[in-house]
Ligand binder design. Sequence first.
Ligand code: ZN
Length: 437
Amino acid sequence: MKKSFIETIDNDKVGDDMFQLMSELYPICRSITGNGVVESLNILNRHLPLTIHEIPSGTKVFDWTVPKEWNIRDAYIKNSKGEKIVDFKKFSLHVLNYSVPVKKKVSLDELKEHLFTLPEYPEWIPYRTSYFKENWGFCLSHNQLLEMNDKEYEVCIDSSLEDGNLTYGECFIEGEEPDEVLLSCHACHPSLCNDNLSGVSLVTFLGKYLSTLSLRYSYRIIFIPGTIGSITWLSRNETNISRIKHGLVVACVGDPGMSTYKRSRIGNAEIDKAVEHVLKNSGKPYEIVDFSPYGYDERQYCSPGFNLPVGCLFRTPHGQYPEYHTSADNFDFVRPEYLSDSFSKYISVLKILENNKRYSNTNPKCEPQLGKRGLYTAIGGKSDTNADQMALLWVLNLSDGQHSLLDISERSGIDFDRIKDVADILQQKVLLQELQK
Ligand code: ZN
C-alpha cells in the first residue's frame, strides 16, 4: 500500500543521504558525454530505476548535432625533474574538459597559453570546458602557476574524442493521470558540488520518495548533460510534450544562500504560483526572479516552440557566488542542512501540485446550512475551529470553477493544507464536486 503525500519525512536523514551520494559522485570526471556520465548514472540507478538512453554522435537535434564522445584516462604536467606538478588523477578539474589528446614537451611560454587560473582567488582551481572548439589545457591554482619557472615541461593528456554516444538517464514514475511533472537536472559537471551534484542528488532522493507514494501526476525525472542534453531530449520527445503540465529545473540547491525561484517564461503558470506560495510561507528569506533566456536547461524548455511551464528552483543562482565553477564549490560550501531545506521545499511544491484541484459548489445559491450536515462538529473540537470555519466559508464561496485550492489559499491567507482538508470534508458531504481540467 503506497503512502499519501501528507506523511512527513525525516529531513535530517535525507540531507545526510544526499550529502553521502554527492561524496560518492564527486571524484568522477563527468562531461557532456563519456564514461564519467555512464558511471554516475550507474550509481544513481542503485537508488532510482533509470532507463539509459544513448544517442549516437552526429545525430541532428533541431539546430544542433550530438558531439563526439569524450573520454579521458590520464593527464598531467611534469616539470624538468620529471615530477608531476599537476595530476588529473588527483582532481578532475585539473584538465580542460573536452581536451583533445596531447603528449609533448613544451616551453613555459607555450604552456601558459593552455593554462587557466583565477588570479582573484589564487588558491582556487577553475573549471573550464571546450566542448565545441578543439583545444587542450590544464586548470590549476594561480599560486601554483606563480611557482612554475622551469624552461620546459612535459604535458600529457590521454584522452579520446571519437564517434560514440551522448548518454542520459530517465526515470518515469507512473501516477493516476498521464499528465506529467518534469524534473530535470544537468549531470555533466565533474567535481563540483553545488553546480550540480546537489541537484542530481536532490532529484534522486525526490524520485526515490515519490516512488513510495500514491500519486496523482506521473513524474518524469531526467539526468542530462546541460544544453545539448535538453535539446536532445526535447527533440526525441516532441510528440508527447503536451503531457508536461509542470516542471522544475533542479540546480544549485545545497549552498547557504536563500532560496531563489526563476519563473517560467509563462510567468504565472501553476508551477510559478505553487513555488511562490511555498517560499512566501516558508518563514525564510527568498527571492523571485522573472524568466530570462539565460541560465540552465529552462532556456530550452521555455524556448518559444515549446514554452513549457518549467521554472527553476535553486538557492544562490549560478554565477552569483564566487565559488561557482571553481574548486571551492566543494563540501565546505554545500552542507546537508541546506540540501534538506531545499528538499523540503521541493516536497511542499509537489504536494501543492498534487492537491491543487478545482471544485464547484453544488449549492451555490446562498450558503448551505452547515449545522444540519454536521459540519460544525466535523471540523470542530480543534483549538483553531474558527480558522476552520473561515476556511470552509472561503472554499464554498470561491469554488465557482474559476479558483483552484491554491487560489483560495492565496486570497484567504489561509494555509493550503487547511484549505485542502476542508475541501475534502466538503466533498464527502457532497457540497463540492471536483472539476476535471
Ligand atoms: Zn555549470
